[in-house]
Design a binder for this molecule. Structure first.
Ligand code: FAD
Ligand code: SF4
Length: 556
């Protein structure tokens, strides 16, 4: 059979183990998102005593129409990591397989004498499921703690206890406990500067106040070009553009990207964290999520170095704390919440479900379908790049098509805000984020979309839905100035659809949200609106949804 990666295979071949290596070395399975030798089993013995097993599985890559750049990022990092480990003396079994990772491992274990394989507890539920299924068929793995995380399951359960229906999981409580336990940004038991969070200081629009540094570019080497060719051939029908791939694929480049972030982006991260621009993709965001989720960058190191930069006065406290809170707080919190709720599956029975999407036959990969706000309209074609005329939406979708990435506020206050206001299916939105973004994995995408962004979990993660009309988008971005719609008008021809959608969203969901104390102000305003105004708002909102639904959606 023709090799799918002849250049890579030539380079990795000398690292293939002999029979003696199989017997004498400690063998470690490296999942597709754990490319590190800085923590975990690879640090526990000399490279000359270590062997690694990596599976490049086409079954996994075909499971969803993942963005082509995500596949390139993942596969190229995987192949480079294999070569980096070979270069330091490890033996490497790099196995191309059409099957799932665990099935491939079982096959290897049955054909080679590989009795004992160690793996860090997989981050993705999907991989844990695969392993559980293959274990029933005879796979033997020694699962050890995943030490790439900053916190432990006990840290989480100490704060909230085991999962219980109806409990609210306010992230701040967890963040404070982990700050105290780790001592990061703490002095004499108190938070440095007197506050745990400086979120309230971080809400400026960006109007050129400080120049935005040009992001680093990492042009593809020969091996990455081979991956790009392969992905274009094998996954050409998948979402997104492949041209222009320039992300780090080696440890050295990942480290360079982080140093650049620390020196040039972090000092201004906080103040412009919520700002959005149609001419700037990244602003002062680190764009590290893809690398952190592959373990090329480790939260413990990033947090320590960011804290050090604050102490040295190179990064202002409010800015650096904002960044640390994302990594130490939100990222860890989401991971625990996903694990504790079995990816929100445990909510079934207490939170309304999208009944149409509940699978008749038990499919282990079928995602949870909570929809506390009874939203189930199909996600429209605009999310696949069909132009809607809403400049904010079209801008962000175009960024995602091109890069497989956009920053947090665009995900929350444009893509998810619109979906929530219109009543698009939270599950469809989650699946869209999952394949469209380079940093998406089940534990982080399901919690962020079903929890934080759409309130589908009924307030488990966020005390109120993150929704807004045009005023917020107009204040925090330059989108509206370039849009055919007028953000200051809510009804009539040329009015921005967001505001009408916002009021009708509140009206539609009054039974669920009307009693929420954080929603009292908007509900008081809604209740003062006249009958004729409400009729006009409903008409404008209906027209907006019908317009978005009028384009056919691409099929994969
Ligand atoms: C609807 C929606 C979907 C999202 N889907 C994903 C996803 O699939 N994968 C993903 O990694 N993040 C996701 N996030 C969280 C967040 O938007 C991204 O982590 C962040 O935008 C990545 O860009 P960055 O590296 O520049 O982050 P920065 O803004 O520079 O933040 C620093 C780091 O903090 C972490 N982080 C920040 N916020 C979160 C969060 N809410 N949850 C988890 N980690 C966080 C990231 O690892 C990031 O690298 C989502 C958020 C929303 C609202
Ligand atoms: S006017 Fe409305 S649709 Fe246009 S960019 Fe602003 S918020 Fe988006």
């Amino acid at each position: 059979m023709e090799s799918i990666a002849p250049k890579f295979e030539r380079l990795i071949k000398p690292a293939y183990p002999t029979g003696k290596d199989l017997k004498d070395r400690r063998w470690v399975f490296i999942p597709y998102d754990r490319f590190t030798d800085r923590v975990g089993p690879l640090t526990q013995q000399a490279a000359e005593k270590t062997g690694i097993v990596i599976v490049e599985s086409t079954a996994k890559a075909h499971r969803r129409p993942y963005h082509k750049k995500k596949l390139v990022l993942l596969i190229s990092n995987m192949r480079h990591f294999a070569l980096e480990q070979a270069a330091r003396g490890c033996k490497v079994i790099y196995f191309f397989s059409p099957n799932s990772h665990a099935t491939a491992l079982l096959e290897l274990q049955q054909t080679l004498p590989l009795p004992d394989i160690t793996v860090m507890q997989p981050a993705e539920r999907e991989l844990r499921l695969d392993i559980a299924a293959a274990t029933k068929l005879g796979l033997k793995l020694n699962v050890v703690e995943d030490t790439t995380w900053f916190s432990t399951t006990e840290d989480f359960t100490k704060v909230y206890g085991a999962y219980k229906a109806g409990r609210s999981y306010v992230m701040d409580r967890f963040y404070r406990v982990v700050r105290q336990k780790s001592g990061v940004l703490m002095k004499n038991g108190k938070p440095v500067g007197g506050q745990f969070s400086y979120d309230a200081d971080n809400r400026n629009p960006y109007k050129g106040q400080v120049p935005i540094p040009k992001p680093l570019s990492f042009p593809p080497d020969e091996l990455t070009l081979e991956v790009i060719d392969f992905v274009a051939r094998e996954y050409g029908h998948h979402f997104g553009e492949i041209e222009g791939f320039d992300s780090p694929v080696t440890q050295a480049d990942a480290d360079r990207a982080w140093t650049f972030t620390l020196e040039h982006l972090l000092p201004h991260f906080g103040p412009y964290e919520d700002a959005m621009r149609d001419d700037e993709l990244q602003l002062f965001h680190s764009r590290t999520s893809g690398l952190v989720n592959l373990s090329r960058l480790l939260p413990a190191q990033m947090i320590a170095e960011a804290a050090q930069a604050i102490e040295n006065g190179r990064v202002p406290l409010a800015s650096g704390e904002g960044f640390i809170r994302q990594l130490m707080g939100w990222r860890e919190f989401m991971r625990h919440l996903h694990e504790q709720t079995d990816g929100y599956r445990l909510l079934a029975g207490t939170i309304p479900q999208e009944t149409k999407k509940l699978k008749k036959k038990a499919d282990p990969y079928a995602g949870a379908v909570p929809t506390a706000l009874n939203a189930s309209l199909p996600l429209p074609a605009a999310y696949w790049g069909v132009k809607s005329g809403l400049h904010c939406l079209d801008t962000v979708v175009e960024q995602v098509v091109q890069e497989g990435w956009s920053h947090h506020i665009t995900r929350l206050m444009v893509l998810s805000n619109l979906a929530t206001l219109c009543g698009f299916s939270p599950r469809e939105l989650t699946d869209w984020f999952w394949f469209a973004y380079v940093d998406a994995y089940d534990w982080v995408v399901e919690t962020n979309v079903l929890g934080m962004a759409t309130y589908a979990d009924g307030g488990l993660t966020a005390t109120k839905p993150y929704v807004s009309g045009a005023a917020y988008i107009n204040r925090m971005s330059n989108y509206c100035g370039h849009c055919q719609y007028d953000p200051k008008r809510s009804t009539g021809e040329g009015s921005c659809p967001f505001t009408a959608l916002y009021w009708t969203f509140l009206e539609r969901n009054e039974a669920v949200l009307g009693g929420n104390f954080r929603m009292q102000m908007p509900y008081n305003t809604l209740r003062k609106k006249s009958g004729p105004e409400l009729v006009q708002l409903r008409a404008r909102a209906d027209e907006a949804v019908a317009h978005l639904q009028s384009f056919p959606r691409p099929k994969y």
